[in-house]
Design a protein. Sequence first.
Length: 160
Amino acid sequence: MVYTLAEVRALTPVRDSVEKRAPLPDLRDVFLCHAWDDRKGAAKELHDLLESRGVSVWFSEKDVALGTSLLREIDKGLTKSRVGLVLVTPALLRRVQDEGIADKELSALLARDLLVPIVHDTTYEALREVSPLLGSRSGLNTTDDPMADVAAKLAELVAI
């Protein structure tokens, strides 16, 4: 398709506003895998607590721009994150069993050396029933420590 000069000029403000968006750093400390259902609850809480401690978090709710491919952006986020976190909730366990996007993220994260499950409102036993590989990883449990303490421990981990 060939654009006229007038059409190109008409698109310029849109292009300029997209280009002026503040770029986020390419490398993130952590990639936060979570169920869609948890995006405004426990996942947002963990994200906010981590960022308040100076941890850079890849979080789909802020890192996937409108109009972009969700799976492609997740793929980029996975490659640019040092540590994988999986927020294991009842919703995530359901999503993994349904083989949705959370299941795809989990599959990619399981290939990593550093992957930390954070069990919240469920148990390691329930996790092992759905994902024995993830359930075999050492992690954190919000039954033992409040979310703020979990975030503090994670911040210490990525500071190493």
